[in-house]
Structure formats: C-alpha cells, structure tokens
Design a protein around this ligand. Structure first.
Ligand code: RB5
Length: 176
C-alpha cells in the first residue's frame, strides 16, 4: 500500500500520478489535500504517519518545488525522502538509499516525467550490500542525542530536564 499527499501546489500533478497508479493497479491512500490551500509540513506528517504505522510501505509527496515537503518528511523518524526530478535519481535513490518516500515538484516537472519517475521508484529494489551499512549510519543520525530530544528552549521544563538526565545515564551505561 502506498501513501500519497500533496499541498495545493502539487495537487494537479498528484491527480495525474493517481490516474497513473490506478492504471498500474497500485493501491494508495490519499492523505490530502483536495485542492484547497494546505501547508506542506502538515501533508508530509499525515502521509508519513501511514508509513510509520506500517499501514503503507512507501509514499509519494508533491509540493510546488518538492523541496519543502521533502525537508519536512526527512524530519520524521524512519523516513528517507528523496526529491527526484529525473529517472536516474529515482532509480538510484531506491538502489542505494532505500528511499521510502518519493518527492516531486508539481511546478517543476510534467506528468510524463513524473510517470517515469514513479514507475522506476516503485519497481526498483534496494541493492543492499555495501549500501546497507551506509543507510544504517544515515538512520543512526536520527537517533543521535540532540535530534532525539526534539526540544526548543521554550520546552526547557522539568520533563525535558528529566529526559536529558535519563538519556545521559543511558548513554553512560552504554544503553544507547
Ligand atoms: C507553496 O506556494 C509552495 O511554497 C510549496 O508548494 C513548496 O514549493 C515549498 O517548498
């Protein structure tokens, strides 16, 4: 199952991609928007949630440039989102990065290019081997101490202080 989402700027291309997926017989869940104005971080979050929960194994996200929605998706744990504008990058991000979310720019590429990109993204398997260790290292970055706290100074309250203390002790005990 695939999760798909777009903001208003990516909506038209999303409709084209959905037609293409229908033709391929690929099932998907559309996480919005439906043409109304939408903020790309909200759509990225809603769509990637389907992957985090295990309901979907891959996702497609579209905004105007593909940039805002890919940056947003890459802040979410477990997500490897790749902004692709051509066949080659779509193929290699599957082979080498095991990307689980494809991002595209609705104001950048046309429906024909998007179809080629989607087709190769969905049909290419991760190569594994030497790339697996690199993907593991990449994912370990999101478990790093600072990233994992998701904190801002405004949240610097006793809960956060306790969290830091717990993490520090886990770290010293080599549990993380
Ligand atoms: C919306 O106008 C636009 O900023 C958005 O779709 C995207 O291009 C952001 O990166």
């Amino acid at each position: 199952m695939l999760a798909i989402g777009s903001d208003h700027a990516g909506y038209e291309l999303k409709c084209e991609v959905k037609k293409f997926l229908d033709g391929l017989g690929v099932e998907y869940i559309d996480c919005g928007c439906n043409g109304e104005r939408a903020d790309y971080p909200d759509i990225a979050e809603k769509t990637c949630e389907k992957i985090k929960s295990g309901e979907c194994d891959k996702g497609i996200l579209i905004c105007g440039t593909g940039i805002g929605i890919s940056i947003s998706a890459n802040k979410i744990k477990g997500i490897r989102a790749a902004l692709c504008q051509d066949y080659y990058t779509a193929k290699y991000t599957r082979l080498h990065n095991d990307a689980n979310v494809l991002c595209m720019g609705g104001r950048v590429i046309g429906a024909g290019t998007a179809e080629e990109i989607v087709r190769v993204f969905l049909s290419t398997e991760f190569e594994g081997g030497r790339h697996a260790a690199r993907v593991d290292k990449m994912m370990a970055l999101e478990n790093s101490f600072v990233c994992n706290l998701h904190c801002s100074t405004s949240q610097l309250d006793h809960t956060l202080v306790l969290k830091i203390a717990k993490h520090s002790s886990d770290y010293l005990m080599r549990r993380v």
